[in-house]
Design a protein around this ligand. Sequence first.
Ligand code: C5P
Length: 220
Amino acid sequence: MTARLVVAVDGPAAAGKGTLARALAEALGLPYLDTGLLYRGVGRRMLDAGLSPEADAGGEARALLPIDLARSDLRTPEVDRAASLVAAQPAVRAALLAFQRGFGAAHGAVLDGRDIGTVIFPDAPVKLFVTASVPARAERRWRQLNPGRNPDLGTLRVVAAELEARDRADAARAVAPLRAAADAVEIDSDRLDARGVLETALDIVKARGFAPGPHQRPSL
Ligand code: C5P
């Protein structure tokens, strides 16, 4: 018997989940899925159709195509808000569930999002919850959108307020709210650089009996 390795990486917006999840996937030889892109794709489709993201988005979620996830305009503040609004709808979450489970089921995977360890893979052998302070997250998000430039304080305050509003909405919704699974290990990325976060995560993976390289636990 071998156990497939699913690594759940959850946490609030711009905490460094994507950076960690991508690096972990690479180190472990596993596929990576950014599940936020699914909700962003649905939000984008609603906006493009001239619909409010608060209207029923189940149809757009069921119609989501790979090409919707490859667009370059999925990380605007407008899509941030639209994604969070459609993500609160049970019909949207239901439409995206099977794809996410299927992605990790066959060979294992690293997935990042808000509910990976609580809803999508509640039995994942490794669950990480990545956090960082609001100012650090605001700066990270701004730099992602404006590479090579330096933000001013007023701009950062606006970005911070938007992040906090989105986290509040994500944590307060009735269905699959943002929260750490009871068995998740929290990693505070304020105190570590990207390499330190990756090493901490790899230590947790090893402590669960999985080794980098071959990504399956050997038979007992
Ligand atoms: O991770 P990212 O910031 O791209 O996610 C965008 C939005 O999608 C989040 O604010 C959240 O509302 C939603 N989301 C979610 N569940 C996930 C991933 C993202 O509800 N697993």
